[in-house]
Design a protein around this ligand. Sequence first.
Ligand SMILES: [Zn+2]
Ligand SMILES: [Zn+2]
Length: 156
Amino acid sequence: MIIDLTPLFSGEVKELPLDYKEAVSGEAYERYFDGLGIDISGEVEITGRIYDMSAYMQLEITAKLPYRSQCCRCLKETEGAVICKIERVLSANEADGEEDDVIVYTDRKIDPEETVLEELSMAVPSKPLCRPDCKGLCPVCGHDLNDGGCEHAAED
Ligand SMILES: [Zn+2]
Ligand SMILES: [Zn+2]
């Protein structure tokens, strides 16, 4: 979503609260999440604020992406959410775009989408689990050990 910073620049407000949802387009999925082993099951939820630090503007948000995946131990379908805290300095100076913690804006507008998707994609778990203590499958008979032991693996 494009955010207009004008109320901050004009001094009308000291802080712009952010609370919105944005769908991940097919193109964005391919660019950021393809091959990571997750299906996106809902919109990205963004909450936070942009505030005026006098010398610069600061963006402080939490982004949450619900996903569906397969537990790497028991192979059951599992649901989860990637959550990222993102802090960035907003700058009008193109040259600052090289810095990791800076978003460059033009015409007093920013769109944090790319930053948000990039951060979320880096936080996708490489080994998703249905629960932290999933016992997985018996390597011999494939029995789901979360449902109890089998003849190859004693119940604990
Ligand atoms: Zn599992
Ligand atoms: Zn077994």
